[in-house]
Every structure is written in structure tokens, then in C-alpha cells.
Design a protein around this ligand. Structure first.
Ligand SMILES: Nc1nc2c(ncn2[C@@H]2O[C@H](COP(=O)(O)OP(=O)(O)OP(=O)(O)O)[C@@H](O)[C@H]2O)c(=O)[nH]1
Ligand SMILES: [Mg+2]
Length: 86
């Protein structure tokens, strides 16, 4: 099958405040919440879909590691469940 007929889904992961949501907003034109000194960052998985050179790309924003609420393991479990369709 032509790769371009397939959707590419990429989970963006990393420590809190590293710029995951900002990167996805710039790449996809989304308006995902960005961490500020007043507000929290990402609290749940959110998909942003866009087209790049005819290819459908889904970037999945994820809660940051060490954000004070979710452990690394919990974040990885959320991602695993997401890709398993749970
Ligand atoms: N200087 C600079 N600041 C950035 C950059 N990317 C993000 N920021 C700032 O870093 C802060 C955190 O950015 P986010 O995109 O919310 O980071 P995050 O990784 O999604 O954070 P969590 O959702 O908490 O995991 C915000 O104040 C952004 O404006 C960058 O490339 N350069
Ligand atoms: Mg975020």
C-alpha cells in the first residue's frame, strides 16, 4: 500500500514544560493549552490532525512526565491504552 494512503500517528512525549504542546500547535495549527505560570499544562491525550505533503499526520499531545500529578508509568499507560484502542 502507498504509505501516503496511511495515517501516521505520533505521540509527542517528554518532561513537563519541554514544549510538546507548543510544538504541536506550530506544526498543526492547533490551539492546545500551553503551560503558563498560572495554569497547568496538558492533562489528557489530545490528537491534532493535519496534512503534510499529502500525508495525513496525527500528533498526539500527552501529559508531561513529572508534572506533579501523573507518574511516567501512568503517562506511558495512557499512551499504550490509546494506541490499543482502549
Ligand atoms: N523559549 C522557548 N519557550 C518555549 C518553547 N516551546 C515552548 N516554550 C514555552 O515553554 C512553556 C511550556 O510549553 P508547553 O508547550 O506547554 O510544554 P509542554 O511540554 O506541553 O508541557 P506539559 O503539557 O506540562 O507537559 C510555555 O511557556 C511555552 O511558551 C521554545 O521553543 N522556546
Ligand atoms: Mg502540554
Amino acid at each position: 500500500m502507498d504509505l501516503r494512503e496511511q495515517t501516521v500517528a505520533i505521540a509527542v512525549i517528554g518532561v513537563t514544560g519541554s514544549g510538546k504542546s507548543t510544538f504541536i500547535n506550530v506544526a498543526s495549527g492547533s490551539n492546545l493549552p500551553v503551560r503558563t505560570s498560572f495554569g497547568s499544562g496538558t492533562t489528557e491525550l489530545k490528537s491534532s490532525t493535519f496534512s503534510l505533503d499529502g500525508q495525513t499526520v496525527v500528533l498526539i499531545d500527552t501529559p508531561g512526565f513529572d508534572d506533579g500529578t501523573l507518574s511516567v508509568l501512568e503517562v506511558l499507560k495512557l499512551i499504550s491504552d490509546h494506541f490499543s484502542g482502549l
